[in-house]
Design a protein around this ligand. Sequence first.
Ligand SMILES: [Mn+2]
Length: 160
Amino acid sequence: MRIGIISDTHGSMEAVEKALGAAQGVEMWLHAGDCTPDAGYLSSMTDAPVFAVAGNCDWPNADVPDERMVEAGGHRIILVHGHLYGVRYETDLLKQAAASKGADIAVYGHTHIADITPGEIFVLNPGSAARPRDEMRPSFMIAELEPGQVPSVELIRMHP
Ligand SMILES: [Mn+2]
């Protein structure tokens, strides 16, 4: 299963549109927060299901949870923004939460810095599709998920 992972679009409809334009054959989208209306916009632009969580800039937001579990391609994914797990410093708390909830993949955002870290919990951050902090070009990810296989992840950099 081919899933698109995007985060920290911060109100940029253009960022959402660019990612959609660069994502071929994506069957499901995950939006890791900041801001949830952008995930709504994404949802309105694609037939694929979109799962979103709230970020720190979304607070308070009763419509979208802080955290959710998503089953996709034989994998179990914990999706969070990450600010509640201290991801600016390390992803240990997030990995512990993933393990305790039976997830093998953890997706977060918040740092605006892309992260692909394989391991017992495969940790992914697509960076920011609007305000990157790791390089000039904004980013998102496409992950191919198949049962019993290590995820194959592509970080896609877009033109600023
Ligand atoms: Mn944030």
